[in-house]
Structures are given as C-alpha cells and as structure tokens.
Design a protein around this ligand. Sequence first.
Ligand SMILES: [Zn+2]
Length: 202
Amino acid sequence: MGLKSFLVDDSGALVEIPQHYRKSEKRLKQLQRSLSRKKKGCKRRHIAIKRVAKAHLNVANQRKDFHYKTAKKLLSQGKHVAHEKLNIKGIARTKLAKSTHDAGWGQFLQILSIKAERAGLLAIAVNPNGTSQNCSGCGTKVPKELKDRLHACPECGLTLLRDHNAAINIKHLAVGHSVNKAQVTSDAIAGITEKPALYASA
Ligand SMILES: [Zn+2]
C-alpha cells in the first residue's frame, strides 16, 4: 500500500488513484467550505447541504468502483495476493491519517478478500514490521524515514523504490521465504558505483 500511489506490486508496477476521483474529492471539499459559510436556516444552506450529500455519494461510488476494478485486476493474474496488514488505529494517529482515509484501504482489502475467496484464491495479510526497512535482496536493515522514497542497500547495492522493496518483502513473508545473504550475486554488488552518503559512515 503506497503513499503516493495507491499500491505497488512486487514487480514494481504502480496502481495510481484515478484523476477523476481526485477531482470529485476536490469538488466535495469546495462544496463543504461553501456550506460552512451559509447561515443556519436559510434556503441557500439547504441547497448547499443537498449538494454536499450528492458529492459525498459520488466520491464514495467512484472509490468503490476503483477498489472493485483494482481487486479484479490483481486477482485476474490468477495469483494469491499478499498485502501488509492494515493497522488503521496505528496509522490514524500519525500524519498519514489523511491519506489513509482518502485511499480507503480498509474497504479495498475487504473487497479484495471477498473477491479472492470467490475465485478460490487467498488474500494474505502480513505483519508489515520491517518490510520497508529491510532489504529484499539481502535482508540487511536499511533505516529510512518516511520521506525517503528510495531503498538503496549499502550491503548488496539493490536500489528500488521504497514501496517496491516493501512489496517484495511482503511476498517473501507470505510464502515463508527466508532471505539468505549468500544468494546475493556479485552482479548485484557490481551494480553499486557509490554508497549513498547517508550510509557511508555506517
Ligand atoms: Zn541488500
């Protein structure tokens, strides 16, 4: 589950949140602001309330439609889907709350698991601890802050988008894969030209 993109899979493919949905959301916010300026009891306020309700429904429908299509697409590849276990309470306390709410992952995962079951497939929730920090190539812990969008491993040289690296770790966890340092090929190491400054002293 991504911050900028809706999701990133283990092949690095991104699923973006549709533009038309973002536009509807923006319109909803404008209508809500307009409503808050209307005086109680006046006719204009009544009209504004109706407009907000309609826009709300529109946003909810578009989101649900997007979630159904995305789940269908994932499962049409004929594979089980592993995803990070969503800790809504945990996330809600952070500044991510807004984007989590917008992305509506709770609803999406519910749709995904129902659709998976119907297709005879599994949607596997994995404990996300360490999936962003650990290298999916060699298992080394590579500390990152939320703003760091790239995973660059100083040990094996693997460089991937942060969420792509996490997606591979989630897949490994779901299939009970243990990361073995010996699997790292010299090719991967030869790929590093320079260690990122952040890790140079480590
Ligand atoms: Zn590594």
